[in-house]
Design a protein around this ligand. Structure first.
Ligand code: PEP
Length: 286
């Protein structure tokens, strides 16, 4: 797969995002971003082991071509941070969620301020499991994304339609609405520096994957909608990931598409060897 080169518009977008202090961890569209969302799996001992195995499976050339991030559960973050730093492993640390307030009486919650102290770079907000199982609205997702930006980390804002919505021909409109609500009020530079993950709900954890052309179609739609709402520099800079049953066997075909800038991987990221093969999709491209 050819890496997608930055256009001058994208360079401009990332420069202006850096200037506004919103681009921590943002490497731009010239490097695919592959994130492993471990969900509620792996305790902190298993997290250390998985990261060490992943580091063993990847080399400096791999990191040169692909930006890699792991998103362990909250209880693993400190251990993961320690092993990444102690062993000098160039894998970014991510979180799976955060609360929108910095501190307060929110039993069981974790703030973006706390995540920033653990050297977290990327924070997933609005994952469909949070939206579906915990009733998170676009308004809540928006508040969380703002909080992540306030603490100089990069939000990965998830959007995606259900099977029924796709069958009813509503997929594009649903994604447009989620973007409008989740990114409401953010400026062009902030949107240009963040990450959007298009994850059709029917493809998450099901083994069903969107075809590369359907995934490309929706990722292009995300970029077009961002261009309309937040400007062309935002559209040129924003990284759009595909997520939903990404595996070593389908990763290369998905990521060669022009509007797909990487992958958000759930189940297949729990196994270091399998995840490393997704990171190294370029070696398996046909
Ligand atoms: C996810 O949880 O974001 C995801 C895409 O899961 P899976 O890869 O297991 O479908």
């Amino acid at each position: 797969m050819q890496n997608k080169r930055k256009t001058s518009g994208q360079v401009e977008a990332s420069a202006s995002a850096s200037a506004s202090g919103t681009s921590a961890g943002s490497k731009g569209r010239d490097k695919p971003l592959v994130c492993g969302n471990w969900k509620m799996n792996h305790n902190h001992f298993e997290a250390i082991q998985t990261i060490q195995k992943l580091a063993y499976a990847l080399n400096s050339d791999d990191y040169h071509h692909v930006e890699v991030c792991v998103h362990p559960p909250f209880t693993d973050l400190r251990s993961a941070q320690t092993v990444l730093q102690a062993d000098n492993i160039p894998i970014a640390l991510g979180a799976q969620d955060c609360h929108s307030a910095d501190a307060g009486a929110f039993t069981g919650e974790v703030s973006a301020a706390m995540l920033a102290k653990l050297d977290v770079t990327y924070v997933i907000v609005g994952h469909s499991e949070r939206r579906g199982l915990f009733g998170e609205s676009d308004e809540v997702v928006n508040a969380k994304a703002r909080s992540v930006l306030r603490h100089a980390m990069t939000p990965i804002v998830c959007v995606g339609e259900t099977f029924d919505q796709r069958r009813a021909g509503e997929a594009h409109e649903v994604v447009s609405q989620q973007l409008a609500g989740s990114l409401d009020g953010l400026d062009e530079a902030a949107v240009g520096a963040l990450v959007v993950a298009y994850e059709p709900v029917w493809a998450i954890g099901t083994g069903e994957t969107a075809t590369p052309s359907d995934a490309q179609d929706m990722c292009a739609h995300v970029r077009a909608r961002i261009s309309q709402g937040w400007g062309s520099a935002a559209a040129a800079g924003v990284r759009v990931l595909y997520g939903g049953s990404v595996k070593p066997v389908n990763a290369a075909d998905l990521m060669e598409k022009s509007d797909i800038d990487g992958a958000l991987v759930g189940g297949a990221s729990l196994n270091a060897e399998e995840f490393a093969r997704i990171v190294n999709h370029r070696l398996y491209a046909t």
